[in-house]
Design a protein around this ligand. Structure first.
Ligand SMILES: NC(=O)c1ccc[n+]([C@@H]2O[C@H](COP(=O)([O-])OP(=O)(O)OC[C@H]3O[C@@H](n4cnc5c(N)ncnc54)[C@H](OP(=O)(O)O)[C@@H]3O)[C@@H](O)[C@H]2O)c1
Length: 243
């Protein structure tokens, strides 16, 4: 039997990549899609609307508003949820914690394994060497949230309890970690991290060559999450399961 996957944000940049990958896999099937009430997206192969329908699992790459809809549906229908939607608030993360009482949930700001490994490296290094850190994120001009969820997660790997503050339109501080945002053309996502202390300067750069990396990453995680008990799961736990 094919795994029936609901996709929130199905008409979007990442949603469409997820559909492509599912369509090229004999064991997977798109069951339905969630879009806004104003969407122009049409599809004859599966139902698409502003409401969620029962699926084996839901994958969400949408907006904070749509995230609320899909999370509520997943709790009510006891369906596992994988979400990559960024721009979520504290309230949303609290809702994820509540949902985890009944369903398995994994939210990640970045589904590229490499970015999560970079986060671990930053966390470890800055515990050993106090450093000045600047994170510069560059994304396509359609991206609505700023700074990127990945930039915030990278900064939080250094200052876990830091509160994000806006300094200028495109400049932010998470405690003393500086974050700069650039919006340019159709760039899938570049994150550059520079660390400096008395002894060394370290520069780390990650460029997504295609948004497909996030879609494939989310699908891989979905298969792993599927039969788990209720609870909150992380990319680190998924990565650990690979070795
Ligand atoms: N975690 C990661 O690895 C990762 C990677 C890339 C992107 N992201 C995040 O994923 C999200 C989506 O990115 P994207 O580039 O695919 O965005 P996008 O192209 O703008 O797509 C947004 C999708 O959300 C739908 N949507 C908007 N408002 C909605 C509502 N009120 N109810 C239901 N659906 C609604 C849109 O449908 P219609 O417009 O057709 O209504 C569209 O399908 C963003 O938060 C982005 O930052 C995460």
């Amino acid at each position: 039997m094919k795994l029936k996957i609901g996709i929130a944000g199905i008409s979007g940049r990442i949603g469409q990549r997820i559909v492509e990958i599912i369509n090229s896999n004999d064991n997977l099937e798109v069951s339905c899609g969630l879009v806004s009430a104003y969407s122009k997206y049409k599809n004859d192969d599966f139902p698409v609307s502003n409401k969620c329908q029962k699926s084996d699992v839901w994958i969400d790459f949408s907006t904070p508003d749509a995230f609320e809809i899909v999370l509520k549906h997943c709790i009510e229908s006891k369906t596992p949820l994988v979400s990559g939607t960024t721009g979520l608030s504290k309230k949303h993360f609290k809702e994820i914690e509540n949902a985890a009482q009944t369903i398995p949930v994994l939210w990640a700001s970045n589904f590229a394994i490499s970015v999560n490994l970079i986060q671990n490296l930053l966390s470890k290094y800055t515990q050993l060497r106090d450093s000045d850190v600047t994170i510069t994120e560059t994304h396509h001009i359609h991206k609505t949230d700023k700074p990127s969820g990945t930039a915030i997660s990278l900064a939080r790997s250094i200052k876990p309890h830091g509160i994000l503050k806006s300094v200028k339109e495109d400049e932010f501080l998470l405690e003393d970690v500086k974050i700069k945002s650039i919006r340019d053309k159709e760039i899938a996502g570049i994150h550059q991290i520079e660390l400096e202390n008395k002894s060394e300067i370290i520069k780390i750069s990650h460029s997504a060559k295609t948004p497909k990396i996030f879609a494939q990453g989310a699908l891989n995680v979905t298969k792993w999450l599927l039969n788990k008990e209720h609870g909150i799961y992380t990319m680190n736990e998924y990565i650990d399961s690979l070795s």
